[in-house]
Every structure is written in C-alpha cells, then in structure tokens.
Design a binder for this molecule. Sequence first.
Ligand code: F0G
Length: 488
Amino acid sequence: MSNVEQLKTVKFYSGEETPLEMHKVRVVQKLNLLPVEERKKAIFEAGFNTFLLQNQDVFLDMLTDSGTNAMSDNQIAAMSVADDSYAGSASYTKLEKAVSEVFNQKYFLPVHQGRAAEHIISQVFVKKGMVVPMNYHFTTTMAHIQLAGGTVAEIFTDEALKIKSDFPFKGNMDIDKLNNIIDEWGADKVAYIRLEAGTNLIGGQPFSMQNLREVSAIAKKHGIKLLMDTSLINENLYFIKTREEGYKDKPLKEILHEMLSYTDFSYFSGRKVSCTRGGGICTNIHEIYMQMRDLVPLFEGFLTYGGMSVREIEAMAVGLYETLDFNVISHSPSFIKYLVEALDKKGIPVITPAGGLGCHLDAGQFLSHLPQEQYPAGALAGALFIASGIRGMERGTISSIRDENGKDIPADVELLRLAFPRRVFTLSQIKYVEDRVQWLYDNRHLVGGLEWVEEPPVLRFFVGKLRPIGDWAEKLQAKFREDFGDSL
Ligand code: F0G
C-alpha cells in the first residue's frame, strides 16, 4: 500500500484531537473583514440572501464547496500544458484515462457542470409518469426530473433527518421502502434508482457499501438501472474507509472501484470531486453511453470537451487521481468534525455525526422562538453574516417551494450550511467561526424572522430578496458593538 493510501493521522503529544493541514499554502488571497455596520448594510442590500452578497464584503465564504476548492500545485502545472483543440484534444485523452483508472469506467461524457449531466440523464431516461427513487433529492436533480415529467421519491432511513445521531451512514437508502416503491409503481415505471454519495441536503452524510450492495441487488433483480451521483464521492469514500467494518486496510482505489462496480452509470460535478469545474457522466455499458452520447454536442459542446475549457480538463484529470490520496480526502471531513464537535460540546444544535461538505447548524432549534413561516434558516444566515462576515447558505424553507395553493411547503429541516471548500481554510479561521457562532447563540433571542420582498417563481433561493421583520438587525448590531467595543 502506498504511503498516501494509509489511514494515518498525526497524534498530538498533548492528547488533543487537532486536525492538521497536510499541505502548505503557496498562493494566498487577501480577505476583507468589514466592520459590523457595513456588514449589516451589505446584507440589507443583498435582501438577506447570502447568494446576493458581493464576495469582497465576505470574510469567510462558506456558501458552498462548489468551484471554490483549492487546487494542488500539480493541477495548476497541468493547466499550463493544455492542448487547445476543438476535437481530439490530448488533454481530453488524459481525462478519459483518469476516469478509467480512478473510477474504472470505460465510457465518459464530459459536461459543463453537474446539473448538465442531470439534464441529459433525465431527458433520456425519465418519461412522464415515471418515478426516480433516491436516498434524498438535490435541488437541481429534482428540478430536472420534474422538468422531464417524472416524480422524485425520497426513501431515506429513519435516522436521516434526526439532527442528533451517532448513526454513521445517514445517507443510506431504506430497503423496505425501496421494495414498496417498486411494487407500488411497477419496475417499468422506475426510470432508475439514484443514490447520492455524501448526501448533500441532509448534511453531507454517506451511505455504506453494505447499503449500496443491497440497493444494487434489488435494482438487478427488477432490471432497473442504478445511477450514482458521485459529486461528493471523496467524502463518502473517506467515511467507508474510516467507519465501515472491513475497509480500514483496503486501498482507496479498490474501495472506489467496488463502489462504482455496483452502478450502471454515474455522474459528477467537477466543481466538487476534482476541485475544478465541469463534470461528466461515466458508465461501462455501451448502450447507456450511446443513448446519451448525441445530446452532449447538442447541449454542451463536442465530445472531447463538453463545455469545459481544456485547462480545466487537465486539472480535472489530476484532481481525479488526487481523490486516491488519503491526505487529500481526509482534510475536509477532519476540519468539519473539529467544528461540529466543538459546537456540539457547547450545546449548540448541529447535525451529528459530522459529515462531509460542511457543518450544518439546526436553525429550527437555534432560533426555536421563530415559526417556520418566518424562515429561521434564512434569518440565521443573515444574523451570522452581521455577527461575523461569514457567508453560509440557507437550506430550509426558503430553498423549498410553494404548493399549488401558493402555500410554503415547509422544509423537513431548517439548516444553515457552513460549507468547507476543500483545503481552503486554516484552523484559526475555523476557531473564529466557532467563536462567532457561540456569540450568536448566546444572543439568539435578539434574532427575528424574515419576510419576502421579491419572490421568484422557480429556485427562489438563488435570487429572491427578503427583509427582517422588525428592527432585530439593528439590535444585533448594537449588541455586537457593546460586547466587542471597536473591534471588527
Ligand atoms: N449533485 C450534488 C450532490 C450536488 O451537491 C450538486 C451541486 C450537484 C449535483 C449539481 O452540480 O453545481 O456542478 O451543477 N451542489 C452545489 C452546492 C451547487 O452548493 O451544494 P453543479
């Protein structure tokens, strides 16, 4: 086993469990931390929607881990040798080779990002009146399936939506519910089964290899295709290796190949998995490849770039190989674990166990005095920005939709996601997050709700604008000044 594939962590003499960066920083970007008065002004201008903040007003950008990850020196070096040709680019040949070696998948279709893969897959395989069972939806995934006339059936386990849990695989699919869905709809109406690695909207939670094996056996028995969304595969892979019995001593490559061997096809957002941009669809089945192939030049670009720049393609190839480096894939989960456990110890409501992707605050409990109609997760996102300059992402009812009568469909959970772009933040920055979240928790009674000013009909969370109900933002600012003096 190579050095990088070993499950090794550094022990501190003090006995403290402290995450340690196994890389050094060689390029930096200067950050701004505005005074609290200007932070409040900025969030008002953004309509209390963190998507609408200007990045120059943000101190720690924890909105997403998508397209915001740090690249390695080898990725940047690879970009400089990109082969700029429309067709048959040598850079693309390297990417195909990386896909075949890292994922063990023969056929590859490049796309400009993850949702473009979702578009092609759902246009080809989802027909009106069909269902797609999945462990949990992702926003763009569900939108594309519905656009094609299909229905999403979420069949997560009872543990999935519990905020506090020590269940290691909250991303598992419920096997009984899967069997029921197939009986109810009939196998011919199941477009495919979708398993999302590192399940995003329930807190970056993994599924186990055991669960994957069981889902695959059911899919095979009924002749239904199994699709895996591998956008967050790095972290799911890490959790199988570190949490599941029998995988501790297996090389990452072997585990990853086993995971993919259960699928018929898979797709990923390169904005996450390879720390680049772009994305792709992978399969070993020629017929599946042929069914989708011709849509790539139509929607994305020719088959040897699919809307990606050749520089990104070079970096993606290197980034995929780096998925097999334990030091690379352990960084994010170990930093997330640090913050989750620190906040949990203080009694601050966070999703446990720590997953990949980010730390998720339970805004429902954090601001338990607010009704769901006043959008506690959105209010918490605005309040945290005022308190700290940290930009998180609302993952609650604002990210949901309205029913046919125009009433909000309340989200299952009201979360504020603090994403960890891979290898971007240092431990002292994470300690700052811990400190300001604690301050806000101690002053949570000051935070009020939000109401709409401008509400778009689709994917309203992206560009919709809200305002605080009452003058709580002013009160929060005044309390900050009282406690922190003239400090930032
Ligand atoms: N699947 C998962 C699991 C994702 O997390 C995302 C994106 C996509 C598909 C779509 O990929 O953005 O490249 O088109 N998640 C981002 C996020 C947007 O912030 O969580 P994309």
